[in-house]
Write a protein that binds this ligand. Structure first.
Ligand code: HEM
Length: 151
């Protein structure tokens, strides 16, 4: 009886472990894979959105600008709650807190710029949309990468 019980217990423990080992996981061949991190995946979405918006603005294709701006807004909403891997190198607790807060504030700047881009696209104001895209989005990205991306 004892043996049966131990076998049952062993089975119950091993079953989920086996299922975990066999579960499909993202690999480098998978388009959703981006260095394994949620932040990397969000960044890939931002990159794709930025490229599509650049082309759509030239064609005054506001439907695409709007759809891609919303995708970027969703990605930033996720990304700003993440911690950049470079924070791992900041050891002192107060400095680390400041670093992560700075990252989040820069992400919030990106959210604001995306909302302004959305408003310009809703109003079909191509000059304003291009201004937000060329002058704000790109420099927010550059500053963010300069401070938080690492190599
Ligand atoms: C339009 C804006 C942005 C675009 C298109 C963009 C694009 C990208 C791309 C393509 C990567 C490489 C992703 C990978 O393959 O792992 C990346 C990484 C990264 N970006 Fe951005 N980015 C933007 C804005 C920002 C901002 C504002 C910040 C900081 C506040 C930021 C922080 C980072 C960090 C920390 C990484 C490294 C992620 C990791 O190692 O997991 N990015 N970004």
């Amino acid at each position: 009886m004892r043996t049966h019980q131990s076998l049952l217990v062993a089975g119950l423990v091993l079953l989920p472990l086996g299922a975990f080992a066999l579960a499909p996981r993202a690999t480098a061949n998978d388009p959703t894979w981006a260095g394994g991190g949620k932040l990397g995946t969000a960044m890939q979405t931002l990159q794709a959105g930025q490229q599509k918006i650049g082309k759509a603005l030239d064609k005054k294709d506001f439907a695409t600008v709007l759809a891609q701006t919303l995708e970027m807004e969703k990605a930033v909403q996720e990304a700003k709650l993440d911690t950049p891997p470079t924070a791992g190198a900041v050891k002192e607790p107060d400095k680390k807190k400041e670093f992560v807060a700075g990252f989040r504030k820069q992400m919030i700047e990106l959210q604001k710029a995306l909302l302004d881009l959305e408003a310009a696209a809703v109003g079909e104001n191509v000059d304003e949309a291009k201004k937000v895209f060329d002058e704000r989005l790109k420099s927010i990205k550059k500053d963010g990468h300069g401070k938080y991306k690492g190599d």
